[in-house]
Design a protein around this ligand. Structure first.
Ligand code: PHE
Length: 337
């Protein structure tokens, strides 16, 4: 009897070891280890044994064989299922290395970068960003800014006139704005003081391109209108802007100058940490005539304005020698910034 049990167990183990799929293991589980399996069947022969000891020993041997076969089935099931999983993983594998060579990614142009950073810095200082039209009326661009017909300062602007007549303009009095200052007038007419705005945008002049000039370039205008604004507020704002934009090692200064739309007027310069001074833009206290053109009473309101070229600033900041390089869109140049 005991030899039969051992033989049945060994035969079972051999079959299990030979099982190549989980389905086969499932079949063997019912056939070998189930209640009606081959080993369990051996129990029916226990009655034929003579002594109690023999029955006991044989019964124990059958139970041990069943448990050994059960363990072997478990092991085989695990081996096959991890192999099946490994196979599935392998077959569903995605080769991610093919994505490591991505197409080159672009970035904002250096003038756009400067423009956006300027907006960020001024927003941080409490200003709002506004925009005005690029096609302007003679009135907004000159007249309202205290440059009447025949004012000599008009000549300095090399204006480009256009045939297009905007809703509020007259024929022959429509132009591409020569500076962002007309946004001062539009803002005063459209909103109530206190006004704290910056207006970045494109401006146009009839210039032949050279290392320092382009017929299309960018400016940013700053306008403050409130009660009791003085030249000290202008100087303080320019100083705060200089440090916030260029860095703590930079200084600013105002130099007496002349603009028809500010009185007094000043040009402002910034000083690099190495002591070198760079001209940045124009500024001054908003002229009473300009306040009046904007619908404001100069007895009640005062303000300052300043404006400067964004392109020139980006050029200085990055040490670009020829401003034309910024617009030829040669990728080898552009990708350096
Ligand atoms: N609009 C002037 C220019 O283009 C700059 C400026 C702005 C000067 C505001 C004074 C006040 O040169």
């Amino acid at each position: 009897m005991l030899t039969d049990i051992t033989a049945a167990r060994d035969a079972a183990l051999t079959q299990i070891a030979a099982a190549a799929t989980l389905d086969e293991v499932a079949l063997l589980t019912t056939r070998l280890a189930g209640k009606k399996g081959e080993l369990a069947q051996l129990k029916t022969k226990l009655g034929a044994l003579e002594t109690v000891e023999e029955k006991k020993a044989a019964g124990q041997a059958i139970n041990e064989a069943i448990s050994t076969v059960g363990d072997s089935l478990d092991t085989q099931r695990e081996v096959l299922s991890s192999a099946a999983l490994a196979e599935q993983v392998e077959s569903e594998r995605i080769d991610l290395t093919e994505f490591t060579k991505r197409p080159a990614r672009g970035h904002a142009h250096l003038v756009t970068q400067a423009w956006e950073r300027l907006e960020d810095v001024f927003i941080g200082l409490g200003f709002q960003v506004v925009e005005g039209p690029e096609v302007e009326t003679d009135w907004h661009n000159f007249e309202a800014l205290n440059m009447g017909d025949g004012h000599p300062a008009r000549g300095e602007f090399d204006t480009l006139f256009v045939d297009h007549i905007p809703p509020e303009g007259n024929a022959g009095e429509t132009l591409l704005r020569t500076h962002t200052s007309p946004v001062q007038i539009r803002t005063m007419l459209e909103s109530e003081p206190p006004i704290y705005i910056v207006a970045p945008g494109r401006v146009f002049r009839r210039d032949t391109p050279d290392a320092t000039h382009m017929p299309v370039f960018h400016q940013i205008e700053c306008l403050v209108i409130d009660r009791g604004i003085t030249m000290a507020d202008l100087a303080g704002t320019i100083e705060a802007f200089t440090k916030a934009f260029f860095g703590a090692g930079f200084n600013s200064r105002l130099r007496p100058s002349y603009f028809p739309f500010t009185e007094p007027s000043a040009e402002f310069d910034i000083q690099r940490p190495n002591g070198e001074w760079i001209e940045l833009g124009g500024s001054g206290m908003v002229h009473p005539n300009v306040l009046r053109a904007g619908g404001l009473d100069p007895e009640e309101w005062s303000g300052f304005a300043f404006g400067f070229g964004i392109d020139r600033m980006a050029k200085e900041r990055h040490g670009v020698e020829d401003i034309r390089e910024m617009y030829t869109n040669d990728i080898r140049f552009i990708e350096q910034f």
